[in-house]
Design a protein around this ligand. Structure first.
Ligand SMILES: Nc1nc2c(ncn2[C@@H]2O[C@H](COP(=O)(O)OP(=O)(O)OP(=O)(O)O)[C@@H](O)[C@H]2O)c(=O)[nH]1
Length: 379
């Protein structure tokens, strides 16, 4: 038991500390997400491996675990409802959207905790669609998954899935989330203290047993469910299933074994895809910067600028190479300009939200070059 309980993400044992594993906990309202996050947090603490815990549910009244980052500290959900004239669901979606705009900061906090936390646990809003079918959910998931090994845990209320039709609806939802997030997926069958999850595992493994259970249903939906179960066969075969009780804390050792397998899967199948996406994005950006530089050179055209032009262009090129230039534009007045004057220390814009604008201007204001520098480390 001790060996299984050791919480070691993939890569543990190598020289550099392994990056933290992000565990995104999703599931229908009341399935037990928050209770599971609480239980996982306690379990990891008992293993001397405190997780980094993030709450993304702006409408939760009380959190039963200490969250390192809590969306409620940043966005007041009721205020959002009032200010934007929204109902509860609209308020939750808008709060999450507002939070997602600053998710880069959350990423920085997680990066800082690389060496101390092996796991980042993320609790999501009760209304599952708020996270899975919103732009902010996609932004958050992709930001995490493009940087850290990330795993989706879909929490299912086993006690409410004993009817084959309800079970099938739940599985269809799980399947849609798998396709939406494109991440390794663990199905946590929760509340096994009420009913053992073996019946559901049997249904997934043996089509005949599921058909037998369905034969007792007489509604037209049972025919549809029968067909759907064939379709879902492929989905079931790639699923990692584990039975847990968030209340009692049972099944957690096996849960972490599944997480570890999911991390391996992430490294094998998902990481290369994210690396490929990242590289193609970087390539597109550098192409765009090159085009901008060429446009600028063209724009400056035949103006005789002697050393000033060289200085200006090389400064722009250097800034481009550093990846700090978002855009720049050159403007040439019909002129008899002779020299570009490059100030020694350009003045950044004083407004904090506007990227600093470096203005390089020629003596006599014959040529103005605006270089908009990207905000970022070292800017
Ligand atoms: N018996 C039993 N009850 C559980 C278990 N896990 C959660 N519950 C109960 O289920 C109810 C809902 O649990 P939550 O953890 O709030 O579920 P949630 O998915 O976070 O709920 P929302 O945030 O509303 O979506 C609570 O009354 C819990 O005590 C479990 O393993 N066994």
């Amino acid at each position: 038991m001790a060996a299984a309980a050791e919480v070691a993400p993939a890569g543990a044992g190598s020289e550099a500390p392994a990056p933290p594993v992000c565990v995104l906990v999703l599931g229908m309202a009341g399935s037990g997400k928050t209770t599971l996050v609480q239980r996982l947090t306690a379990h990891l603490h008992s293993q001397n491996s405190p997780p980094y815990v993030i709450n993304l549910d702006p409408a939760v009244h009380e959190l039963p675990f200490p969250a390192n980052i809590d969306i409620r500290d940043t966005v007041k959900y009721k205020e959002v409802m009032k200010q934007y004239g929204l109902g509860p669901n609209g308020g939750i979606v808008t709060s999450l959207n507002l939070f997602a705009t600053r998710f880069d900061q959350v990423m920085k906090f997680i990066e800082k905790r690389q060496n101390t936390s092996q796991y980042v646990l993320i609790d999501t809003p009760g209304q599952i669609e708020v996270f899975t079918w919103s732009a902010s959910g996609t932004i958050i998931t992709e930001a995490l998954a493009s940087t850290f090994p990330s795993v989706v845990v879909y929490v299912m209320d086993t006690s409410r899935s004993t009817s084959p039709i309800t079970f099938m609806s739940n599985m269809l939802y799980a399947c849609s989330i798998l396709y939406k997030t494109k991440l390794p997926f663990i199905l946590a069958m929760n509340k096994t203290d009420i009913i053992d999850h073996s019946f559901a595992v049997e249904w997934m493994q043996d089509f005949e047993i599921f058909q037998d259970a369905l034969n007792q249903e007489t509604t037209y939906v049972s025919n549809l469910t029968r067909s759907m179960s064939l379709v879902l066969d492929e989905f079931y075969s790639s699923l990692k299933v584990v039975g847990v009780s968030a209340v009692l804390g049972t099944g957690l050792d096996e849960f972490f074994v599944k997480v570890s397998e999911a991390v391996d899967e992430y490294e094998r199948e998902y990481r290369p895809e994210y690396e490929r996406l990242r590289k193609s994005l970087a390539k597109a950006q550098s192409k765009q910067q090159k085009e901008q530089l060429e446009r600028l050179q063209k724009d400056m055209g035949s103006v005789a600028m002697e050393s000033g032009k060289e200085g200006c262009l090389s400064l722009a090129a250097a800034a481009l190479e550093l990846g700090k230039v978002a855009s720049f534009s050159g403007r040439r007045k019909p002129a008899h300009s002779k020299f570009l004057h490059i100030p020694n220390s350009p003045t950044p814009s004083s407004h904090p939200t506007v990227p600093p604008t470096y203005t390089l201007f020629p003596q006599g204001h014959h040529l103005t070059l605006h270089v908009h520098l990207l905000q970022g480390p070292g800017t």
